[in-house]
Write a protein that binds this ligand. Structure first.
Ligand SMILES: Cc1cc2nc3c(=O)[nH]c(=O)nc-3n(C[C@H](O)[C@H](O)[C@H](O)COP(=O)(O)OP(=O)(O)OC[C@H]3O[C@@H](n4cnc5c(N)ncnc54)[C@H](O)[C@@H]3O)c2cc1C
Length: 387
């Protein structure tokens, strides 16, 4: 007889651990499986989390390695747009430490955690796993697919794919960078952007993501960061970032959460905020489904309704901006940065800018009369340039 749990969660990242903890806190029996020996390893993240995203993880401050007040957007053609809020806007975290603490919290709430146990396939209402204990079968009332960007569960269930999958490469290197300020380099990766994040004295996390040529772009980008003497790279990260969520994120007793649902933000590639928000919606719907003993699509569809109401519009707007970005070249970026470099605009960005919810600042900027020529430039680039 396979073991029976109310909820089986596949994946020990932020989406899976948050969902497992919230389900266990409701008194449900929860089993979380993770294919690696330790949560958060290998790290596939720059670790830049808004204050809201960090709070949503419900952890101590032990994973924080830096704090960010603002950003510098650097064009290869010269213009630089800087905004500094003078107050903390985001944390830089060590994802291995953060993920491990989230996993501890899920276990402390009562979830049974099985490390080095991989989801292999599904047979009806049970999954077959392979790992330290060999082949096992675990039955569930509800399955949570939190198995990341390359979700095997989604593939085997034939779920619609995310709109795009970006490749990301990043290294922690010795390099001096202004403390508290993140650098964004749009031209380092013409279909997305490159970043440089200070992570300590003379240390930076430098990386980029893109749809193509990621390795060659990365190798040439990283050459720009040098401490003028001894250079060291102590940590290399590669990973996938799914943007444009799956058209459907539930079905057949299963909820897809976080990267497995394609929930990373198309404007930044960040996915921890949406992962923990979606985990909260999933846990509520699961609690409801179990109390009614009803696991049909009508009940589970409430999960998709809830997350779309919460941040679906932001992801849709983000995807539109991502598509606009595909048509922009270095000249367009330089023109935009020059236009935005106005104290009133910068004050708006500082006051309204929110890396998790860019809608508010975008709506504000497009209605500013002095930025109308900029809106015109963007429309022209949309009309005349091929995607
Ligand atoms: C280069 C790069 C930089 C990034 N930078 C940021 C950033 O600065 N800020 C931010 O918010 N986001 C960032 N992201 C995105 C962020 O890492 C993800 O959105 C986030 O980790 C999603 O959480 P998740 O729990 O959905 O998935 P994951 O964190 O990927 O967790 C999925 C888990 O499932 C496990 N798993 C997979 N398959 C199986 C299986 N078959 N059986 C058992 N377990 C399985 C995996 O081992 C993994 O532990 C970045 C991504 C990349 C690639």
């Amino acid at each position: 007889m396979p073991e029976q749990f109310d909820v089986v969660v596949v994946g020990g990242g932020p989406a899976g651990t948050a969902c497992a903890r919230l389900c266990a806190e409701q008194g449900l029996s929860v089993c979380l499986i993770e294919e690696h020996t330790s949560a958060g390893i290998p790290v596939q993240c720059a670790g830049l989390l808004s204050l809201a995203a960090f709070e949503g993880c419900r952890v101590s401050r032990s994973s924080i390695i830096g704090t960010v007040r603002g950003a510098r957007i650097v064009s290869s053609q010269g213009p630089v747009l800087s905004f500094d809020a003078d107050v903390p806007k985001a944390h830089v975290v060590d994802r291995a430490v953060l993920d491990r603490e989230m996993l501890w919290n899920a276990a402390r709430a009562g979830a049974e955690v099985r490390m080095k146990t991989a989801f292999f396939h599904r047979e009806g209402h049970r999954i077959v796993t392979r790992g330290v204990n060999g082949k096992e079968e675990i039955s569930f009332r509800v399955l949570v697919a939190a198995d990341g960007a390359r979700s095997r569960i989604a593939r085997l269930m034939g779920m619609p794919p995310p709109a795009f999958v970006l490749g990301g490469l990043q290294a922690d290197i010795s390099c001096p960078l202004e403390g508290g300020m993140v650098e964004i380099h749009p031209d380092a990766s013409p279909d997305f952007f490159g970043w440089a994040i200070p992570i300590g004295p003379r240390r930076a996390r430098v990386g980029l993501a893109g749809l193509r040529d990621v390795q060659s772009r990365f190798l040439s980008f990283i050459r720009n960061f040098s401490d003028g003497g001894h250079e060291a790279c102590v940590h290399l990260v590669s990973g996938a970032i799914p943007v444009g969520p799956r058209a459907r994120t539930y079905g057949n007793r299963t909820l897809f959460v976080g990267d497995a649902a394609g929930m990373a933000k198309p404007t930044s590639g960040g996915g921890v905020y949406t992962a923990v928000r979606a985990a909260g919606h999933a846990a509520k719907v699961i609690g409801d489904a179990i109390s009614r003993n009803d696991y049909g699509d009508r009940v589970l569809s409430r999960y998709e309704k809830a997350w779309r109401e919460d941040f679906g519009r932001e992801l849709s707007l983000g995807l539109k901006l991502f598509l606009v970005r595909q048509k922009m070249d270095a000249g367009d970026i330089a023109a935009i940065l020059t236009r935005l470099d106005d104290p009133r605009v910068i004050a708006d960005i500082v006051a309204l800018g929110d890396m998790d919810r860019p809608g508010r600042i975008v709506r504000r900027l497009v209605t500013r009369p002095e930025l109308l020529p900029l809106v015109g430039t963007i429309f022209r680039s949309l009309i005349y340039k091929k995607y």
